[in-house]
Design a protein around this ligand. Sequence first.
Ligand SMILES: [Zn+2]
Length: 258
Amino acid sequence: MKKIILTGTESGWWFVCFAGRLWLPKGDAPYGTAEKWSLVGKTATIIGEWQGELVWLIAEKMPIDMVSPRMVAAQDEGLFRLAGRGVQLAEFYRSHRYCGYCGTLMRHSPTEWACLCDHCQERYYPQIAPCIIVAIRRDSHILLAQHRRHKQNPVFTVLAGFVEVGETLEEAVAREVMEESQIKIKNIRYVSSQPWPFPHSLMMGFLADYDSGEIEVDPHELIQADWYHYDELPKIPSSETIARRLIEDTVALCRNQE
Ligand SMILES: [Zn+2]
């Protein structure tokens, strides 16, 4: 997209991103003029709007206050999505400087989020990894698991995994659940999605019902998994996550059937 050298009068929200990190001076997303934040002379691109103000991306590293975009999640969901866009685009441009076919230095497309090779006319777009996430209900119980990746912060959540090449979303849901827990599920239905910039996933949320089988966890993925009564849930993920939404939807289904 079109790049601008900042003169100082440009205004809006400033996302300075590098290597999956985001600049949050004093813990907040910077807002105001380029001059106020000493960004004059830097190269910036408009990546969206939030609350009627422009959102700018500057793809470079600041000496301090570079943190995970997750820090914005608590502030606002819309701002978090744009922060995720910022860190992913910055990383896309950093990892696509040269054409993967011929090695020629590429240029940024002025009209879309893409890198162009003028030698072999190839066009590269940011990678998005489709990922399914599913809450499974068995009467008044929900399947929740403690994942190895949450070892530091013991939270119990639903099952999730990446979609494989040549697979439908529904197939991915059934396969992931079978691989991680040995449970067969039925009545798989789509609910909602959430871009998740760690590093570039698109989470696609499903609900499903238990069909058959006994839980047997994959020790490479999970520490433990069990059926939890909807009234006695362990520590579950925070409210900005799609996992939380799926758990709450399942709790509502459990309540309704009683
Ligand atoms: Zn090329």
